[in-house]
Design a protein around this ligand. Sequence first.
Ligand SMILES: Nc1ncnc2c1ncn2[C@@H]1O[C@H](COP(=O)(O)OP(=O)(O)OP(=O)(O)O)[C@@H](O)[C@H]1O
Length: 308
Amino acid sequence: MKKSAIHIESISKRYAEVQALDQISLDVEEGELFGLIGPDGAGKTTLIKILVTLFSAEDGKASILGMDTNDSKASIRKIIGYMPGRFSLYPDLSVEENLSFFARAFDTTMEENYSLIQSIYDQLKPFKDRKSGALSGGMKQKLALCCALIHRPKVLILDEPTTGVDAVSRKEFWQMLHEIKSQGITILVSTPYMDEANLCDRIAFLQGGKILSIDTPSKITGQFPWQLFAIKSQKKYALTEWLRAWEKVSYCYAFGEYLHIAFSENAIQMNEIKEYLSAGSFSDAEIVNIPPTIEDTFIYLMENGNSR
Ligand SMILES: Nc1ncnc2c1ncn2[C@@H]1O[C@H](COP(=O)(O)OP(=O)(O)OP(=O)(O)O)[C@@H](O)[C@H]1O
């Protein structure tokens, strides 16, 4: 078995009335790209702040490369790279000044670890004299990533790095994460975007401060227990109501222009579905059998209270 780079054991954290984290346990293996996936308010930022030693947990313990997050704060900060959710750079400093500042703060130089950031920094070079506050969203993320990597951390922890970033920049960002992983750096990344789960080696689904499931994306989707169908009709809203009224339907959610539906009886025949659609005057509806997506599985696990 591979060694744990991040070990989290029964961590809980409460803010007044809110139980932000409730007995969270997980391990991220060395060299892994691990995703913490969950909607807003799931507890991702709270867990990350405990790992990067900004918060303490009330119960439980966590360690990074064997160092306890309560007892070894200074040592942990030297070996992690942290990219917080909010833009964390100095907006009045240029791209280059920000990077040199972070390098100096970690007692290194831009040159020393340049090979690690080169492919990312090459894209920023044309703007190296621009104040970082005046960069586009995607460029700001790239600079923040370079700053988090400049001291060649062993573990990189990123809190929702792609939130609010356009689709092309998101895709590029994930390519960069895969390049960084290939250099042997362990990565923990949080995201509310379910589609990004497929880009991780393993993921943990977080909801309401609890873990719903931890596994590889393909094993996670394997937990969806029913045959799934995608249905499209011009009358999408009326169709949703009609299908939700059918007692055999155990799952019915909108995904773009499609409805994803599943039945409590797995042996349901296509003919029976078509007959029900005709009875509701939805003969125009197109219906196909599809594999479950990560989002389908998340909704299923959330509704069925399958927390670990
Ligand atoms: N300082 C705080 N005081 C009170 N409640 C808080 C505080 N910070 C977070 N919370 C609450 O704790 C829960 C978990 O928040 P957290 O920020 O960790 O979630 P998240 O998954 O990172 O979501 P988001 O992307 O919205 O930050 C939420 O219900 C949030 O409202």
